[in-house]
Design a protein around this ligand. Structure first.
Ligand code: ZN
Length: 437
């Protein structure tokens, strides 16, 4: 596989365009916003839509009622909308029960959420599992509300319905699977979580057009409860998942960040760490901790799947997180593209990792006689095979070391090691180890 793309530059722009399209949709844990989002993705990738009914038991959880909303506002005595869902869906607490009432400002105030230290931003609030209602407002606007009577309306419904999620399966040569998961339950918030949605969608598009050793399974789920539904419904085939990643917050600046799986030294953990280390860019690798996104379900002890999380600046570290400031300016095409390219390099390493045997292990083989010398003589040529990676591959290919092992130990990028191995295979100096299993 190769990551060379003629229109590389435009990929980030295309991802940003998808985010702009999805941004206005009022998503939540359930409801028509999730369906509309998945319908949009289904125009780009082959997506199967699944629904789980409200009340379905999944492990220790229950699928909640379905929430939908048409309108919501707070009007002052002059009939002006001082808080308006039509301006931003973030103004209404997610999962608000229907309300139609008149009340004084003092009665209303406990229902209004703001951020005194960020007076221009409205916070994202939701109450999925406890019936509640409320509005979210910029603190500056809250302070400007006059005493008097207000009309409050939330035209929502919370009824038995379904939880909806999407799945895109790309079969490969083997049944072994790579799981890619992202959450789809946030309303108008760009970095968390539309950047992850865009990255997963474009990754699926890219991989659909390539030959694949692994099968790839993309799941687009409402956070936590959605991954639990997926796990419950697929428990009998989870053993096929050999590698996995949660994609989140990939459009903001800051270092590339990888959070290891609970296993800590799974292949996916090693590959991500190696790709970041050899990228030449700033990066951070974090150990697993049982909080964050859906990795906490995939990595719960009853599953312990090799699933890490890939992000840039982690969610709780960018100030705009879960506020109205996580808007379309918060995600930049260049970062989206860089994130996607990094995941593609990880996939290349997963696809290309094999264990070989040096067929001329007694002493170094004469490279010049096999035409390899000419290739290695041009040490600076991009795409050319370099001498040292060739020697590393020859030396460590004793059937005990995979190409990833060799890349890690030598410090060369996986691509350089893979190229060296391909050149050695071409002149019959290397053969794939016959699997003992
Ligand atoms: Zn979030």
């Amino acid at each position: 596989m190769t990551t060379a793309q003629p229109d590389r530059q435009s990929l980030g722009e295309q991802m940003h365009a998808l985010i702009r399209k999805l941004y206005p949709i009022c998503r939540s844990l359930t409801g028509d916003g999730v369906r509309a989002t998945l319908a949009e993705l289904a125009q780009r990738i082959e997506l199967q839509i699944h629904e789980a009914p409200s009340g379905e038991q999944v492990f220790d959880w229950t699928v909640p009622k379905e929430w939908n909303i048409r309108d919501a506002y707070v009007k002052n005595a002059r009939g002006e909308r001082v808080i308006d869902f039509q301006q931003s869906n973030l103004h209404v607490m997610g999962y608000s029960i229907p309300v139609c009432a008149r009340m004084s400002l003092e009665e209303l105030k406990p229902r209004l959420y703001s951020l005194p230290d960020r007076p221009d931003w409205a916070p994202y609030r939701a109450s999925f599992y406890r019936p509640d209602w409320g509005f979210s407002i910029a603190h500056r606007d809250l302070l400007s509300l006059q005493a008097g009577e207000y009309e409050v309306c939330i035209d929502s419904s919370l009824e038995d319905g379904h939880l909806t999620y999407g799945e895109c399966f790309l079969p490969g040569e083997t049944q072994d699977e790579v799981l890619i998961s992202t959450h789809i339950c946030h309303p108008s918030l760009a970095n968390d979580n539309l950047s992850g949605v865009a990255a997963a969608t474009f990754l699926a598009q890219q991989l659909a057009a390539r030959p694949r050793r692994y099968s790839y399974r993309f799941v687009f789920v409402p956070a936590q409860i959605g991954s639990l539904v997926w796990l419950a419904r697929n428990e009998s085939t989870l053993h096929r998942i050999k590698h996995g990643m949660v994609l989140v917050a990939l459009g903001y600046g800051g270092s590339l960040t990888y959070k290891r799986s609970r296993r800590g030294r799974a292949s996916i953990d090693r590959v991500f760490e190696h790709v970041l280390k050899t990228s030449g860019a700033q990066y951070e690798v974090m150990d697993f901790y049982p909080h964050g996104n859906d990795e906490r379900q995939y990595c719960s002890p009853g599953f312990n799947l090799p699933v890490g999380a890939f992000m840039r600046t982690p969610c709780n570290r960018f100030p705009e997180y879960h506020t109205s400031a996580d808007n379309l300016d918060c995600v930049q095409p260049e970062y989206l593209q860089d994130s996607l390219e990094t995941v593609l390099r990880v996939v290349e390493a997963l696809e290309g990792d094999r264990t070989y045997v040096n067929l001329n292990p007694k002493g170094e083989p004469q490279l010049g006689r096999r035409g390899l010398y000419r290739q290695v003589s041009d040490l600076n040529g991009a795409g050319k095979v370099q001498e040292l990676p060739v020697l590393w591959v020859l030396n460590l290919s004793d059937g005990e070391h995979s190409l990833l092992d060799i890349a890690e130990r030598s410090g060369y990028s996986f691509q350089e090691i893979r190229r060296a191995a391909d050149a050695l295979i071409a002149c019959d100096l290397l053969a794939e180890r016959v699997s003992q299993s």
